[in-house]
Design a protein around this ligand. Structure first.
Ligand code: B12
Ligand code: SF4
Length: 531
């Protein structure tokens, strides 16, 4: 009997940019008695059905974008006689769909760090399998460290390490605050550092901090708690902030060639102390959700804590002045958008000096306020594509899936798509990239920057931005080639001698830590428990 964990994807590039963290966390959550799981990341290569034997356990993660492929994988695993288990955000929100479409035996809702072990144990012991396992929201101290020893090291450019889950905000297009909660759940910084040390030892120096919001406590939050004389709140917020700074202080002690990237709200731009700590910690870049450049646009997405106009440009420039590069994320297709919004947005992105930018089309993701509103509107006179209601767009085959799902009051989806394409082309033309690449320290890094910019732009072509399939096909083969070259640029010499700090703290819930590099000289600070 083998355990397989599958990250479904329609697009295999042979090389992937960022490791899908869930795969390696669930590998750590797999009971030792089941042996090492077989990990399949279909963004690298699709699964070989013949590898699945009767009685095997197949765990599949689905988010909305890959649900259709996930169900296909589930059906073929079921046909081969395997136990099929789903998890991930989409399965959490639509468990019944995994049974109807994906031949599930069981679904894990919420966090899998603990629940997955229970599922596998139940199967191994022949116990009756529950239909739903509710993993809920575990505490930060219970987050498992990933099993990077099972990662094919030559296939990924960046590893991903999570330091916090949940976000106190409530943006209308985002499901994080509803699924992961508004209470930030911080992982003990010692456990984070330990995992990063392990990654550097095996040759990874680029690490994405797979956090919803790296900056969960703003200066405004602290001021309000103080003004309201809310001592309990103030203490809680101060403790969260202190832990963030402790993490950054430890990151700063790691080898100087390490590069971290995270996701953060724009409010961090007001907090020079935080930005300086980030720079010292080698957090060289952050995705900042700018979303819209007008006050009306920001109001439409419940993000009025963001700035617009000149103040926005200044706020984003502040990040750069403190040595933190910004990947600005902008949304097109908001009801408040006009034809002039597209040029205004790219002008702002260029003026604010963001190092990278992404321009995504408004998509009502399940679990969001936008989705609930849309579903309610659609319940009156449902729009169908074939026999699928548009509110279940992820079930529409990709070839016939519309580019936009919610109608815009004044522009057609074709117009929005075309204008968005032009914005990408303008931001990522060679001359603009060349100018931005001046931020790099040497020629090698400059070349890497240029390739990465083009790769970033090109990889989006497969996700609905590009309009015709011929262009998509060409983009894909170009992206495959470039991804291979880029990966070489991200490689680093392993540092097996690198030591983990010895922590005084006993972890409240020690992660089962994989035996990384068996002959490694660095002792594990974790207590290794067996199942
Ligand atoms: C880091 C991140 C990224 C990174 C890295 C992606 C990568 N390669 O890993 C980047 C920036 C590239 C990215 C891109 C995108 N992302 Co993203 N991303 C995240 C983020 C912040 C964290 C994901 C993560 O690694 N978490 C750490 C792991 C350990 O947690 P986890 O994945 O939730 O898995 C746990 C449980 O879900 C469960 N579980 C998961 N799978 C399984 C499977 C089984 C069998 C079981 C039992 C349990 C289980 O157990 C795990 C451990 O507890 C999430 C937010 C979130 N809170 O999930 C958004 C999120 C997943 N992303 C989202 C979106 C929309 C996107 C994009 C489409 C954005 C865009 N418009 O381009 C792209 C799509 C990329 C793609 N094709 O997959 C949405 C998905 C919404 C949805 N309903 O599907 C999320 C939820 C954020 C949001 N705003 O709502 N993303
Ligand atoms: S978009 Fe960002 S800031 Fe808004 S709720 Fe989601 S994670 Fe939080």
């Amino acid at each position: 009997m083998s355990v397989h964990l599958v990250n479904p994807s329609d697009n295999a590039f042979g090389t992937a940019v960022i490791t899908p963290r869930w795969l390696f966390v669930l590998a750590a959550a797999t009971p030792r008695t089941a042996g090492d799981p077989i990990l399949v990341d279909e963004s690298i290569e699709q699964i070989d059905p013949a590898s699945i034997q009767p009685g095997d356990i197949v765990g599949i993660s689905v988010h909305t974008g890959n649900a259709l492929r996930g169900y296909e994988v589930g059906r073929l695993a079921h046909e081969r006689g395997a136990f099929v288990i789903y998890g991930g955000i989409h399965a959490t929100l639509f468990p019944e769909e995994a049974f109807e479409r994906g031949h599930a035996h069981a679904v894990v809702k919420g966090d899998g760090d603990i629940a997955w072990g229970q599922v596998v144990t139940d199967i191994l012991s022949g116990a009756t399998l529950q239909k739903i396992y509710d993993g809920g929201r575990i505490e930060g101290s219970q987050f498992l460290a990933a099993r990077w020893d099972l990662m094919p090291r030559d296939k990924y450019m960046w590893a991903s390490v999570q330091t916090i889950r949940g976000c106190p905000k409530h943006c209308s297009f985002c499901s994080v605050w509803r699924t992961d909660g508004q209470k930030p759940r911080q992982r003990q910084f010692q456990s984070v550092i330990d995992e990063i040390v392990n990654l550097r030892r095996i040759g990874f120096r680029f690490i994405a901090l797979a956090d919803d919001n790296f900056y969960p406590v703003t200066l405004t939050d602290l001021r309000l708690a103080r003004e309201q004389n809310n001592t309990a709140k103030l203490e809680e917020l101060t403790a969260i902030r202190k832990e963030r700074f402790q993490l950054m202080a430890e990151l700063a002690k790691l080898p100087r060639d390490m590069v971290f990237f995270t996701q953060i709200t724009m409010e961090a731009g007001e907090d020079g102390e935080c930005l300086d700590a980030m720079r010292k910690a080698n957090i060289k870049g952050a995705l900042v959700g700018v979303e819209a450049v007008t006050p009306e646009g920001l109001k439409a997405v419940f993000k009025d804590f963001n700035y617009s106009g000149e103040a926005l440009a200044r706020q984003l420039q502040t990040f750069k002045q403190h040595g933190v590069h910004v990947l600005g994320s902008f949304i097109f297709g908001l009801p408040t958008d006009k034809p002039s919004t597209f040029d205004a947005t790219v002008d702002m992105a260029l003026k604010a000096g963001v190092t990278f930018a992404q321009f995504v089309m408004m998509t009502p993701f399940p679990g969001t306020v936008d989705f609930a509103r849309w579903e309610k509107e659609q319940s009156v006179a449902p729009t169908l594509v074939g026999d699928v209601p548009i509110t279940r767009y992820w079930l529409i085959p990709t070839a016939t899936r519309p580019k936009m799902f919610t109608p815009h009051p004044t522009m057609s989806s074709g117009e929005i798509s075309e204008r968005t394409q032009k914005v990408w082309d303008r931001f990522y033309n060679w001359s603009a990239i060349w100018q931005r690449s001046a931020c790099t320290p040497n020629l090698r890094a400059r070349v890497a920057f240029m390739f990465l910019s083009k790769l970033y732009r090109q990889m989006y072509a497969g996700t609905g931005i590009s309009t015709d399939s011929a262009r998509r096909k060409k983009s894909k083969s170009w992206a495959r080639w470039t991804a291979r070259q880029c990966r070489k640029l991200f490689q680093a010499a392993p540092m097996p001698e690198l030591q983990s700090p010895i922590w005084e703290l006993e972890f409240a819930s020690p992660g089962r830590r994989p035996a990384f590099l068996p002959n490694s000289p660095a002792p594990s600070p974790f207590t290794i428990t067996s199942n």
